[in-house]
Ligand binder design. Sequence first.
Ligand SMILES: Cc1cc2nc3c(=O)[nH]c(=O)nc-3n(C[C@H](O)[C@H](O)[C@H](O)COP(=O)(O)OP(=O)(O)OC[C@H]3O[C@@H](n4cnc5c(N)ncnc54)[C@H](O)[C@@H]3O)c2cc1C
Length: 397
Amino acid sequence: MDLQFSSDDLAFQDEVRSFLKENLPASVLDRSDRGLHPLKDDIVAWQKTLHKKGWIAPNWPVKHGGTGWSLTQKYIYNREYFLTGAPQTIAFGLNMVGPVIYTFGTQKQKDKYLTDILQSNVWWCQGYSEPGAGSDLASLRTRAVRDGDDYVVNGQKIWTSWAQYADMMFCLVRTDPDVKQQEGISFLLIDMTSPGIEVRPIIGLDGEHSLNEVFFDDVRVPAENLIGEENKGWTYAKFLLGNERNTIARVSRSQYQLKRLKEVARAERRGAGHLIEDTDFRRRIARIETDLMALEAMELRYLSQDIAGKKLMAEPSVLKIRGAEIAQAIKTLTVEALGPYGMVYESEDQLTMRNDGPLGPEYAHGAMADHLYQRAATIYGGTNEIQRNIIAKLILR
Ligand SMILES: Cc1cc2nc3c(=O)[nH]c(=O)nc-3n(C[C@H](O)[C@H](O)[C@H](O)COP(=O)(O)OP(=O)(O)OC[C@H]3O[C@@H](n4cnc5c(N)ncnc54)[C@H](O)[C@@H]3O)c2cc1C
């Protein structure tokens, strides 16, 4: 594989670095650095800055507002972005439903939704999972029945991230219960202000409200909000899930977090010295760092194959499993490095009730919340067990 960047690539890398250094707001970086969820207004403002620069949607085709970057440039951009500590942009509009709309939507849908997604004017949420339909998504039961120019939707979604902020949901619904499961599903765009929708919070392990249940009680959705053909929703749903390849391994995010872990270990006192001098602790950091280097080499190998036009099959699953496990290991070790203050867990709500700031050293705040939220990394986007099933089917047969 060719690991050399051209002089143009290196110039591009410098441009990305300088832009991020000059434009990423300190408050946005601070929350991202601690692993805390971004505040809605902050992330929207940051995404608008990226849009103004023309960099909000690297993966979109140029004619719909993409950058036209090569695979190498996209790799460099993502790498620099996360090495700076910048937060992941909200994926639901930009990486998920946007590509579905420009690939399968009508001209009217493209005109109505794409610009607002690029400009972060509309917040989208993902209505896939239901109680009893997560890994086995095709067994979903939320029903949509055609009635004149509308569909009438009844049922329930669960684990809907950020539904409390959402203006729109892209939703999988069952339109034909009498055929093979995958063949009776449709993909609807639902206005979250429609009468009959109720959003109920689920408070996560991290004490924060990012998850929700969403209930539909005779919700009328205009039939023009159907994507593509009725009962072909499974095709669009799978297309959407296959779009996250670029950042799936989280290598640069983990490199940033590993660098922060070493800083904590340098600052934390143990006995007469510092934690970073402890042989056992150094060995544990080295083990994670070695795993991360191996993951990076694997990611580059796949990138090189992608550039050469080889169709990637099970590779994204391999990257997702290792990437999530390594990210979790870094956070677990960070919490350990912080000693007693690593165990302190204060939610945002608890903090707003006090006026003396978080307990412990300034850099400890957020570590436990992030450690707990990281448990989800091996669940969302397809659990590690499901990824292993995919690998078994595609590679080990
Ligand atoms: C933080 C977070 C955010 C999320 N955000 C969203 C969102 O915005 N929108 C949305 O639609 N969903 C969202 N999800 C839901 C997520 O997609 C599901 O949790 C995931 O698909 C797993 O489904 P489940 O929770 O029903 O678990 P289940 O599918 O019930 O799995 C339970 C356990 O059984 C294992 N298992 C299941 N089937 C198999 C099998 N065939 N072989 C081996 N093991 C198996 C699983 O690996 C898991 O360990 C989110 C989840 C989390 C944790």
